[in-house]
Design a protein around this ligand. Structure first.
Ligand code: CP
Ligand code: NVA
Length: 313
């Protein structure tokens, strides 16, 4: 019951137990869905989904997931809502709270999501900001559990741009007891404040969160190698410059050969083949990227059922 009526904005806000609960409920819901067992825990409820950025996985998995839970989801893009024409976030929050039972938002500014949550009287779920992508990182923990069984004490290596994924993965690993190494060039390091917070979180589970500049050193003995685009949404104009600055941080077969033999390769997608990851590795036998994509559905259903439902799960 710990999560009922709460927001899910950052994994840093969740306790170790709450993270474990989300993953356990996700496994339960995944099983129920596969076995055709009805699980309409949000019958009659409505979710508003605000998108100021593009999406394939997040939109489809939230909308489908909410439908499977018995509810109805409404898609609101900047192009056709008043938010896109400048209506304040705090007004939108109070208006939507009068109609719907929860809000999922994908936008640029993390502060806007915090403001939305402050003014909304219903749960707010972060579907990605420039700073964080918690639903993806929680999902990635489930995918790791499925492929590696026990994940506590494993070595997780993120290679590439220090971005929203890196930040949420640091928090997720810290709360799950996974040793996290973020390997990014000096110009593209993760946010120092987030690194500090994740290192504090890591003490709760006795694991570590470290930075390493050499991809070769980082990849040694890795159980998981993870990467993400070199130019996130909103950074399109910097794309060519970033490709130059990040080229030594590509996940390719040579790098993968340094990891453990059973190492899994992860990517939140969309992937840019030939940039942050090679075609060979993305499509190779170590890659679990489509399992990650599927698990978005199950983990977000767990999050929504726990935040918005009345059922004891
Ligand atoms: N991984 C992810 O969030 O994908 P979308 O941008 O397609 O939602
Ligand atoms: N870092 C990427 C993640 C996309 C799911 C972005 O923000 O564009």
């Amino acid at each position: 019951m710990a999560l009922r009526n709460k927001d899910l904005i950052s994994i840093h806000d969740l306790s170790v137990g709450e993270v474990a609960l989300i993953l356990d409920v996700a496994k339960k819901l995944k099983r129920m869905q596969k076995e055709g067992v009805p699980h309409r825990f949000l019958e009659g409820k409505t979710l508003a989904m605000i998108f100021s950025k593009a999406s394939t996985r997040t939109r489809v998995s939230f909308e489908t997931g909410f439908h499977q839970l018995g509810g109805h989801a409404i898609y609101l893009s900047d192009r056709d809502s008043q938010l896109g024409r400048g209506e304040p976030v705090r007004d939108t929050a109070r208006v939507l709270s009068r109609y719907v039972d929860g809000i999922m938002i994908r936008t640029f500014s993390h502060d806007s999501v915090r403001e939305l949550a402050q003014y909304a009287s219903i749960p707010v779920i972060n579907g990605l900001t420039d700073l964080l992508h918690p639903c993806q990182a929680l999902t990635d923990m489930l995918t790791m559990q499925e492929h590696l069984q026990a994940i506590k004490g494993r070595k997780f290596v993120y290679i590439g741009d220090g971005n929203n994924m890196t930040h949420s993965l640091m928090f997720a690993c810290a709360k799950c007891g996974v040793n996290m190494v973020a390997c990014c060039p000096d110009k593209h390091l993760p946010n120092a404040e987030i690194v500090k917070q994740a290192q504090e979180d890591a003490k709760l589970t006795g694991c570590s969160v470290e930075l390493e500049s050499s991809p070769q050193k980082a990849a040694k003995g890795a159980d998981v190698i993870y990467t993400d685009t070199w130019a996130s949404m909103g950074q399109e104009a910097e794309h060519a410059q970033r490709v130059k600055e990040l080229q030594d941080y590509q996940v390719n077969s040579k790098l993968l050969a340094l990891a453990r033999q059973e190492c899994i390769v992860m990517h939140c997608l969309p992937a840019y083949r030939g940039e942050e990851i090679t075609e060979e590795v993305l499509e190779g036998s170590h890659s679990v990227v489509f399992d990650e994509a599927e698990n978005r559905l199950h983990v977000q259903k767990a999050i929504m059922a726990l935040l918005m439902g009345n059922e004891k799960l």
